[in-house]
Ligand binder design. Structure first.
Ligand SMILES: Cc1cc2nc3c(=O)[nH]c(=O)nc-3n(C[C@H](O)[C@H](O)[C@H](O)COP(=O)(O)O)c2cc1C
Length: 189
């Protein structure tokens, strides 16, 4: 597949199963993240790998964290999270490092660089034949789950999880909007 065909055919795939990426494929996915545009080469992206049985343990942690925060998932939602994660071979937790000493490059640009790194990972996973999906569920916006993963909110903006694995269903191409609806041209008067 050409690079442009790969870019144009990527779609998020939530329902995946094993096998997940092997070590070499994972290395390529992570290397793709390192190729993201990054103002000032601050390298703000941080990743934490969650594999095998730890994926289910993370799910239980997130379900419990919601409960402890007074915002419990409905039984139905908790069951659907468990069913989803029971098949997911790998989650990549994502955070952007907050550099308190950095004065020149705004925090927003560091978060954007981390988001670009995630996009590169989504594309690399797709190119390698995997399904990948970025989600900000699983306690992303609470304190407990990011902290348990080593991402203290004083030093990190936690940005959720990328699940990666073998697609369970063949979803076919996604419907995409006409780019012309989002573009205009400015010309000097
Ligand atoms: C930062 C971010 C967070 C997201 N969080 C969720 C989420 O928690 N749940 C969800 O269903 N989709 C979430 N999405 C959307 C999916 O990852 C995906 O983009 C969407 O299903 C559309 O699929 P597509 O990427 O093929 O267009 C998120 C996307 C982004 C960029």
């Amino acid at each position: 597949m050409s690079t442009i065909d790969s870019l144009l055919s990527r779609r998020s795939i939530k329902l995946v199963q094993g096998p997940g990426p092997n070590e070499q494929e994972l290395e390529q996915i992570l290397r793709a993240a390192m190729c993201a545009p990054d103002h000032g080469r601050l390298q703000p992206w941080r990743f934490c790998l969650i594999r095998g049985e730890n994926v289910q343990a993370l799910g239980e942690l997130a379900i419990g964290a919601n409960e402890r925060a007074g915002n419990p998932l409905t039984e139905q939602k908790a069951a659907s999270v468990r069913a989803w994660l029971s098949k997911v071979p790998m989650l990549i937790a994502v955070a952007s490092h907050i550099d308190h000493a950095e004065e020149k490059i705004p925090e927003l640009e560091r978060v954007l660089a981390t988001g670009a790194a995630v996009t590169n990972m989504l594309h690399a996973a797709h190119q390698l034949g995997f399904g990948a999906f970025w989600s900000t569920g699983l306690g992303t916006y609470g304190e407990e789950v990011p902290e348990a993963l080593g991402f203290d909110s004083l030093d990190y903006q936690f940005l959720g999880f990328v699940s990666v694995g073998t697609p369970i269903h063949n979803l076919g191409p996604a419907q995409r909007p006409d780019p012309q609806n989002f573009v205009r041209e400015w010309q000097a008067a």
